[in-house]
Write a protein that binds this ligand. Structure first.
Ligand code: ADP
Ligand code: MG
Length: 732
């Protein structure tokens, strides 16, 4: 314990102490503005991004322009000159780390000459600018290493001082790394005893540090081994607290009671199964049994069914709806778009056949329905006549009531957040069973982390008789001429009596945002004047091979009726090629479609490309997927496209996607439904830690379900839940 800490009176703060109390109002405000932290515990969980060594030289040679950087370097020379154009002086200091030279500039701050003497070393932080072709930092923050600090050379303490890693924190323009380090040091000095959220037997069996020791070592390590051990401890702790929270939430959901739903002997489900023109795959049967078991309990089901595009999830969901109908209840099916809702209704009606359709009266309710039709549909839902109601989020509207809502099926969970699921849950008199379908395969650890409160079923096997898909990258960077060949190939497919899609990232040139891929899926921001529905349409219309072929656009700016009309015409074979945006991404099912051309494929995310490809090769006709890209051969964008072409295995792609994405994106708001992101844990890398933590959390909860004997763990879980709640509220 240092002398300052004693003087300040150690033992004043807990993790819940307000920063304003611990650091003073001004610093606390700066920290809150920069990072949103309000408590001691939150700032202590602001871990260093990396560590620098006093002797270490960072690569000045490759400083990224316009980024906030923190570097360790030595002052080479300092010059002060008077400005020519106006009054005042410029101080220029050149610093070097041995790999490059950087200029620091200060206006009217001559006095810094005393500070920045040649030979002194320190940490410098600022935004990298460019002045006449040279990299510079204007008015950087800096802290020079204390010349006086190193004890006499040869001393063991001198060696330690030289070797102690310097924490480098994620910083902002207004709050530099060492300013954070100072505040954090204050907190550590003043921190009261804290109890470990991880029970001691778990800690000991994994050789983890205590929480207190880990916080100390991650922020003020004496050596590399210290922060490494601390990270290991804090990473496990993070996983452990998260899993405990998720398992408790799951248990909490299971305390609600609802109506158990059983199919009846000789009932609707049996009639449906008997009439099926094919046999269900083993996976479909197994998942069907899991769902039946869940719904047979008087506890709401919360199940996620993941399965490749075309693996037959819709039938699995439909069978669950039939079981609910057998028990007298209704089901609601939510689709992400009106096109898909309309298509679901059609395919459900087709699968049911005329007799069952009459009995179940599947009904569409969307925002775009004409008033009279809408009124009729609403009545059918409210009176319980319609046993299957299909719609978009409009189904969540207050005007939609159900007589006895037993099951909610959410198709493509990506587009529906937790809150929407929650809103729908409140629609039934008893909470309905909830089934979420997703075609984006989710690696096990992500499922455990993001959907830890849901049970997960997986359909891996595709129904037999699929002709398969061949995928190719068309690399315009190396082979610009291949673009023409793409249209030839598409024309050939059409001439074989098949159909095709051309997907573009935008509706019109320069209006990329209209078809912006969902968050975290790609970068629409930097979409320049790339290909668009309009430009490709013009290109094809003028192309000799497409003379007499029926080509039509489909995109989000068309009205619901127009879109529906085009989709129907395409499904009926009255159109040859659709030039579309990603409105066709999910669920469009036209077995005769064989060609999928994605232009500017690098503008789309891995899972989106995989989804798009899933639109072809769905029947007996083999699919062809051409991913056209101008991205440079080694670029990340190109790697994503190559990965998609390289495998049809959605699980493998999900893994690759995780690796290629920037950290943090994995739990982006669209996937996590607003859950707060992770600190040290990376789902792609830390699968084992997560699985281990989950098992341990389950053991603790089995003994002590309400954590009455694990008070500090309970407190940590509560902090986490509170943080989520406040993030949720602040998002409005
Ligand atoms: P998903 O929703 O998982 O993408 P769908 O449920 O739309 O897949 O099924 C894709 C197509 O495969 C549909 O035309 C469906 O009728 C058909 N299908 C589903 N299950 C089977 C099966 N076991 N055998 C043959 N065809 C099937
Ligand atoms: Mg589907």
């Amino acid at each position: 314990m240092t002398a300052e800490a004693d003087a300040a009176g150690a033992g004043r703060f807990t993790l819940d102490t307000r920063l304003s109390g611990a650091l003073g109002g001004r610093t606390a405000q700066a920290v809150e503005r920069a990072f949103g932290y309000r408590t001691v515990g939150e700032l202590l969980a602001h871990y260093p991004r990396r560590y620098a060594l006093r002797g270490e030289l960072t690569a000045l040679a490759s400083l990224p322009l316009d980024e906030n950087v923190t570097i360790v370097a030595e002052v080479l020379e300092v010059r002060v000159r008077e400005m020519r154009q106006r009054r005042g002086s410029i101080l220029e200091a050149k610093i070097s780390d041995g790999t490059g030279i950087l200029t620091l500039t200060f206006f009217n701050q001559k006095w810094r000459e005393q500070d920045l003497r040649p030979g002194r070393r320190g940490i410098f932080a600022g935004k990298v600018g460019d002045y006449r072709g040279a990299r510079q930092l204007a008015h950087p923050d800096y802290e020079l290493f204390d010349d006086a600090a190193p004890p006499a050379a040869g001393d063991a303490a001198a060696k330690r001082w030289a070797e102690a890693p310097i924490p480098i924190y994620p910083a902002t323009g207004t709050l530099a790394s060492w300013q954070l380090a100072k505040s954090i040091a204050l907190l550590l000095d003043g921190l009261d005893e804290i109890d470990d959220p991880v029970p001691s037997e778990v800690r000991d069996s994994r050789s983890l540090l205590t929480q207190r020791r880990a916080l100390e070592a991650i922020h003020r390590p004496d050596a590399e081994a210290d922060w490494k051990a601390a990270r290991r401890t804090l990473r496990f702790t993070e996983a452990f607290v998260l899993q405990t929270a998720l398992l408790m939430r799951r248990a909490e959901l299971r305390t609600h009671s609802t109506t158990a739903r059983h199919p009846s002997a000789g009932g609707l489900l049996e009639r449906f199964d008997d009439a099926l023109p094919f046999s269900l795959t083993d996976d479909q049967l197994a998942v069907g049994r899991e769902i039946a078991d869940d719904m047979g309990e008087p506890v709401p089901m919360n199940r996620l069914v993941q399965g490749e595009v075309g693996s037959g999830k819709t039938i699995v969901a439909l069978r669950a709806m039939l079981a609910v109908a057998d028990s007298g209840g209704q089901s609601a099916l939510l689709a992400p778009t009106e096109v898909l809702a309309a298509q679901h209704l059609r395919s459900i009606a087709r699968m049911l056949g005329p007799d069952l359709a009459t009995a179940l009266m599947p009904t569409l309710i969307t925002g775009q329905l004409p008033a009279a039709e809408r009124r009729k549909a609403l009545l059918r839902a409210a009176a319980g006549q319609s046993r299957i109601v299909v719609g978009t989020h409009a189904l969540l509207g207050e005007t939609v009531g159900f007589a006895d809502l037993g099951l909610v099926v959410v198709d493509e969970q990506h587009r529906f957040g937790v809150e929407q699921r929650e809103a729908l849950r409140l629609k039934g008199r008893n909470p309905p069973h909830v089934l979420v379908l997703t075609a984006t395969p989710i690696p096990r650890t992500v499922a455990m982390t993001v959907f830890g409160d849901l049970d997960v079923s997986t359909i891996r096997e595709l129904p037999a008789g699929r002709a398969g898909i061949e995928s190719f990258v068309v690399p315009l960077a190396e082979r610009p001429g291949w673009r023409g060949r793409v249209w030839e190939r598409l024309a050939e497919e059409v001439e074989l009596g098949r159909q095709g899609f051309v997907v573009c990232p935008a509706i019109e040139p320069r209006l990329a945002e209209d078809a912006a891929p969902p968050e975290g899926e790609g970068d629409a921001d930097d979409a320049g004047p790339g290909a668009s529905v309009a430009s490709v349409l013009a290109e094809l219309t003028g192309h000799p091979r497409f003379a007499g072929k029926r080509v039509a656009p489909l995109h989000g700016r068309m009205s619901a009726e127009e879109k529906d009309r085009v989709m129907r015409a395409f499904a009926a074979g009255e159109l040859d090629v659709l030039v579309a945006t990603t409105v066709i991404e999910v669920g469009v099912d036209v077995p005769n479609a064989s060609a999928m051309v994605v232009v500017d494929a690098d503008r789309f995310g891995v899972s989106q490309l995989h989804q798009l490809r899933g639109r072809v090769g769905r029947g007996a006709v083999p699919g062809l997927c051409l991913l056209v890209t101008a991205a440079e051969p080694e670029s990340l964008a190109r790697q994503r496209v190559e990965a998609v072409a390289g495998t049809l295995d959605g699980f493998e792609l999900a893994r690759v996607d995780l690796e290629l994405r920037r950290e943090g994106d994995v739990l982006g708001a669209t996937q996590s439904g607003g859950r707060s992101s992770l600190k040290l844990l990376r789902v792609a890398r830390d699968g084992e830690v997560i699985a281990d933590a989950r098992e341990r959390a389950a053991q603790v909860l089995a003994d002590d379900p309400r954590l009455e004997r694990h008070v500090s763990l309970a407190a940590e879980v509560r902090r986490r839940v509170d943080r989520e709640a406040s993030e949720f509220l602040s998002k409005g």
